[in-house]
Design a protein around this ligand. Structure first.
Ligand SMILES: [Zn+2]
Length: 330
């Protein structure tokens, strides 16, 4: 039970969940997706390293799994979609940009029922994963050396974003549990939180009960279990209530969950879109999908009627993915 339940404050929580899709090859190249346990930087190629002159090719299987997921989440499939470059530099992203979807995601406006309540889905889109930093020692701050492993770079990621419809830590956890069950049922992902297949982030804010306005939110990251999700949101709601009740203001920031300390800690302060300049449809490095998503979605829904019971069959046809000569294995 959240400390703010029954108080003067109402919790307002939205979720962003990243899901590694169950494909055999990466999002835009032919590298395998079973990188766990492989020697660092052995599962890479010029495409997922982002070397100059390489061209990404969309993975058809990833598109199919996204469509299946979007249908199961009652989303509208968009007829035209494209990929954009989200520019930022971080050591685990040496090429300096992530291929993602900005203004034209593959699907929007869905919903999922969680414990009898409808949670609205804002969008479901595709992007690529980054590499990983491995810190010698316990953490970024105490470790003497950090190393980069790019085996994960370019893994297909599906991002599922909700409207701020959740009202408690239990709601947030129940949503993630329900989502995992759905993704496993339709075969979109193994969805193991502990293995990083499913990464949940919660946007948490408080507002005076009865108010329609949204309060200042914090974004919670580093959550790798359902229990941690519950505890992180619970802690954050209490922390924000204390800040507000002592006359202070919540600072918009990203906070990580410290399992050791059982508390959220500041990671970085407010980030806006200006921190991630976008290059819309940036040339050949930003592939697009033209017509056929509607028909493909419906064919999948019809063909997978048994495995996607919540997916309404809307239209018929095939997925037509514009692709260059095949180097993806699906
Ligand atoms: Zn590759």
């Amino acid at each position: 039970m959240s400390s703010v339940v029954g108080s003067d404050w109402e919790a307002v929580i939205g979720m962003e969940v990243h899901v590694q899709l169950a494909t055999r090859s990466k999002m835009f190249c032919g590298c395998a997706t079973d990188y766990l346990g492989k020697p660092p930087n052995s599962n890479v190629c010029p495409v997922c390293l982002g070397l100059p002159g390489t061209l990404p090719v969309i993975n058809r299987k990833a598109v199919e799994l996204l469509l299946k997921s979007a249908l199961a989440l009652n989303c509208e499939i968009q007829e035209f979609t494209k990929f954009d470059r989200k520019n930022y530099f971080y050591p685990d992203l040496p090429k300096g940009y992530q291929i993602s979807q900005y203004d034209l995601p593959m699907s929007r406006n869905g919903w999922i029922e969680v414990a009898g309540k409808r949670v609205r889905i804002t969008r479901v889109h595709l992007e690529e994963d980054t590499g990983r930093l491995v810190h010698a020692g316990d953490s970024l701050h105490s470790g003497g050396v950090s190393m980069v492993d790019l085996n994960r770079s370019g893994m297909p990621l599906m991002e599922i974003v909700t409207e701020p419809d959740l009202r408690s830590a239990a709601d947030a956890r129940d949503y993630a549990v329900e989502l995992r069950a759905l993704l496993r049922t339709i075969g979109a992902s193994e969805a193991e939180m502990e293995k990083g297949h499913l990464r949940a982030e919660a946007n948490v804010s408080l507002r005076p009960r009865g108010s329609e306005q949204l309060g200042v939110k914090t974004e919670l990251k580093n959550i790798n279990s359902f229990r941690a999700l519950f505890r992180a949101v619970e802690f954050e709601l209490k922390r924000q209530a204390e800040v507000l009740e002592s006359g202070g203001q919540v600072v918009q920031e990203t906070r990580g969950w410290s399992e050791a300390e059982q508390r959220t800690v500041t990671q970085r302060s407010k980030e806006g879109a200006e921190d991630y300049p976008l290059l819309p449809r940036a040339g050949p490095a930003a592939p697009e999908l033209r017509a056929g998503l509607h028909r493909g979605a419906s064919r999948l829904a019809a063909g997978a009627a048994g495995s996607a019971p919540r997916a309404p069959c809307r239209r018929a046809g095939t997925v037509r993915v514009r692709r260059r000569p095949d180097h993806g294995r699906g």
